[in-house]
Design a protein around this ligand. Structure first.
Ligand code: ADP
Length: 366
């Protein structure tokens, strides 16, 4: 699909509803042929931004460009550049082929070509040969795959996905997240994917933007955005402690040693000695062992004696907040592991994590 896929840019976009500003985005770029995930809590403005960039709604002020050409929302030509998958699949009475071919018919594509595009799209979503099934007998997961096929069939310049999987039960949701991610990667369409779930964003997106109160508060490569929180609010939103600070004191073979004020952390990064950095490690990457016990060799370059500062249960897991001089980070453990290790506030333990799991960013020179 990729060739017609433009880079999409929003410039000084604001949206006001009844005098209240719900969107204020000086600049956002969706890279061509990549998936950009907009992540944030409910009410942050994600869907509004999706509608503006997707030319479904005209902003109160600002412009949207597709490959540098200004687009005007609202007219038919604009609408035909994009297609969308929403939370609910909105299937029409009739066959699967009627549904998948709907956008093609609106665009005046003749029958033979429509037939080809429909079967291509069905194959893409793993439902090859389903043309004649009745759309009203589909399961929730099948219906949403049909909705994706319908959106893909028109070969949109920009594919919009607004919480497409949030109505699914967890197991199906995970399977479809992986399937959708795989389709978006192989089709190389420019896609904007709205979700409130960071795990979903991590799987589908190349680039992640985090929104709060109508603004973009963090943006970048998905691993870095989700792994090295830009500020305290973002840290809390992605389930981490705020980034730590330190200074690089040694660097060799792609691994730096960072002095965090009493505790040294090794990180796989290429930053000059003397640089001030912020750094963080995802709780899932940290293992805890009994202090003084046999920690076992896990190939973990970091082995830090810590004190447990807080325990935060989160469903089946517990986020164990660990402290050592100058550092504070979370470790994600099962409830059983917390019990077996006898962890409580004030207990000591040994934290193990790989240098490769530590994200590092140089902070403002000087
Ligand atoms: P999200 O997708 O992040 O949940 P939305 O973009 O749906 O957030 O909403 C952002 C804010 O704009 C919310 O406060 C919401 O109530 C408000 N809003 C969205 N659409 C409208 C509308 N058509 N009229 C008035 N307020 C709206």
């Amino acid at each position: 699909m990729g060739h017609g896929a433009p880079m999409v840019r929003g410039s000084d976009v604001t949206v006001r509803y009844r005098g209240r500003t719900v969107l204020d985005i000086p600049n956002i770029t969706l890279p061509a042929r990549r998936t950009y995930a907009l992540l944030g809590p409910s009410g942050a403005g994600k869907s509004t931004l999706l509608r503006v960039l997707g030319l479904l709604e005209r902003p109160s002020a600002g412009c949207v460009f597709f490959d540098g050409v200004e687009m005007r929302a609202g007219d038919l030509a604009a609408r035909r550049r994009t297609s969308a998958v929403f939370q609910k699949p909105y299937l029409l009475r009739g066959t699967v082929a009627d549904n998948v071919g709907y956008g093609l018919k609106l665009r005046g594509i003749h029958r033979k070509r429509r037939h080809e595009d429909v079967s291509w799209a069905l194959e893409r979503v793993g439902l090859a040969g389903w043309e004649d099934h009745s759309a009203l007998t589909l399961s929730g997961g099948e219906a949403q795959r049909i909705a994706l096929a319908r959106a893909l069939a028109v070969h949109p310049e920009l594919l919009l996905l607004d919480e497409p999987l949030s109505y699914m039960d967890p197991l199906l949701r995970w399977r479809l997240t992986l399937e959708f991610a795989d389709i978006l990667k192989s089709e190389q369409v420019t896609a904007l994917y709205v979700t409130h779930d960071q795990d979903e964003a991590a799987v589908v997106a190349d680039v992640v933007g985090i929104m709060r109160d109508g603004r973009l508060v963090a943006e970048g490569d998905s691993e870095e955005t989700l792994g090295l929180p830009a500020d305290e609010w973002v840290a809390s939103f992605v389930g981490m402690e705020p980034a730590m600070r330190g200074r690089v004191v040694a660097s060799a073979g792609g691994v730096v040693q960072v002095d965090c004020g009493g505790t040294a952390i090794e990180a796989a990064a290429d930053v000059a000695v003397g640089a001030d950095v912020s750094l963080a490690v995802r709780p899932e990457d940290v293992a805890l062992r009994r202090s003084g016990g046999d920690e076992g060799a896990h190939g973990a370059e970091n082995r830090i004696v810590v004190t447990v500062a807080e325990l935060h249960p989160k469903g089946a897991l517990v986020n164990v907040v660990c402290e050592a001089p100058g550092v504070r980070f979370g470790a994600s453990l099962s409830r059983a592991a917390v019990r077996d290790l006898g962890l409580a506030e004030g207990s000591s333990a040994v934290a193990l994590f790989r240098a490769g799991a530590v994200r590092v960013r140089e902070v403002g020179a000087g």
